[in-house]
Design a protein around this ligand. Sequence first.
Ligand SMILES: Cc1cc2nc3c(=O)[nH]c(=O)nc-3n(C[C@H](O)[C@H](O)[C@H](O)COP(=O)(O)OP(=O)(O)OC[C@H]3O[C@@H](n4cnc5c(N)ncnc54)[C@H](O)[C@@H]3O)c2cc1C
Length: 505
Amino acid sequence: MVLFKKSKPRQEEVLDVGGKARLNSKDFKQALPGIRVISEEDPDYERSRQIQNTRFNYKPFYIVKCQNKDDVVKTIKLCQRENKSVRICSGGHQHEGMCSADNVVVIDLSCMREISVCKDSCTAWIEPGSQLQYVYQELEADDFTLPGGGGDTVNIGGLVQGGGWGMLARAGGLTCDSLQEVKLVTATGKPIRVTQDNQYQDLFWGIKGGGGGNFGVIIQYKFQLMKHQDAQLISISYTSDKDKILITKLLECYLNELPIFDDNITSFARVSHYNAQKQESGLTLTMRFNCFGRDNIIYNKVRDFFEKLSDLKQKAGSHHQLEWENLDTQQEIRDADLLINSSVALPHKVSSAFPKGNITKLSQKIIDFVYKQKNFNKAATYLSIHSLGGKIKKISADSSSFFYRDKEFLLQFQAWWQQPNDEQSGDYINWVRNFRQELDNAGCIEGAFINFPDQTIVEPSGDEKADKIKLLKYYYGDNLDRLREIKAKYDPHNFFSFGMSIPPK
Ligand SMILES: Cc1cc2nc3c(=O)[nH]c(=O)nc-3n(C[C@H](O)[C@H](O)[C@H](O)COP(=O)(O)OP(=O)(O)OC[C@H]3O[C@@H](n4cnc5c(N)ncnc54)[C@H](O)[C@@H]3O)c2cc1C
């Protein structure tokens, strides 16, 4: 018999959502006996309606705090019967706020966070409300790990469906690549088990990269686990406003090196006009490396790369310091080397793209933009570059709906600020938009990553339907047609519908 060791569910951490109370809220609550339903008149409504991106201030009618499968089934059936729009929310991190909306019912899974590990089969069942930091802790206690996401506060619920990129991506693949099975409640309220081999194999393919919230409410994920290994963490950085050409060369060298790094090295880089460690302005390139395992050969490969960068610096005659730092904790590697702590709820805007064509040109365009725009006083604006390749590339392209498996890295344009009513908010958002646009105009990028979504990539043409298809093509490429067919099969009436959801074919 296979035994799963269950972790104790954690104290409830409240998620957030909001809205106008409806006249019949008493009836709605009574129709879901034993389930906690929060509406405008409840004291914890304000706290419960807040999502991670405080640029959005949605007020849903109800937030239904589901504890288990039955709660989800009852809520879906009631909303179907009463013709109510729903949104699904696990951790509320969706960058465009699509886990909530005005005047909807939010199916809130943040209380469902059980993690059950089976040592014999090296697998774990994980509920969608589990935050990554606790997932890693629980798994590590049994000497396992999972290629999850970089952000500790992100929840498994949405992360997996968007693919899931983290600091083990090259060693272990995307998060969705470790998925073995899913328990899901369909749009009609039917609980099903979805695997690679059963009658729902098309749905399994769709869930692995097709983006959160399209096909049903996922109540449990089963993952194949990796053996945990200590990692060696390294940061290399360079700041100087005088050395634009040199920094362009350093970035180009990094981007060219990405495909040939050992698979056990996953890294990301940041290009910004601010060095948070030194708290000084200036063109900054930071590269952080996660070397999975304590193998000196792997560590020395990063050392060799550092020497290469040092040679470039030497040749350019620069006297600025190329900084090498051994970091102690994963937290340090994840911490933004910038103004703002993005693990708390803050207003922000992100966008994303994959590289296309010439790396020299891309490097120049990136550095030119960041140098020209400088930084804002009250916002952190930067470009992150996430390494792909390694195992991601080795997994067959048709095993999941993640379309960009052959890419070596992923670009994320980011702007984070403190106050939703900051009068410069529009400028920060434009920084993200203009940056992406400039790279696009130069022919240096293509596509986008659904976990870093931006619903404004496509200029409105007046034909909303056509614009939406055009937008979704960025995220799903040639897989969009198949995803639409799957949507038509499992949710033909488009019950799970939101701004960037996949329309049925
Ligand atoms: C601070 C921060 C750091 C991040 N870091 C990373 C990173 O390192 N790597 C990465 O890949 N992404 C990262 N992301 C993006 C993140 O992975 C996605 O936003 C992800 O969708 C968040 O999942 P969630 O459950 O927390 O969010 P939610 O907003 O609750 O869900 C995201 C989407 O999935 C749907 N959904 C949620 N739960 C379910 C469910 N159980 N069943 C069906 N649909 C569901 C929602 O409707 C929504 O559309 C980060 C985001 C933030 C804000």
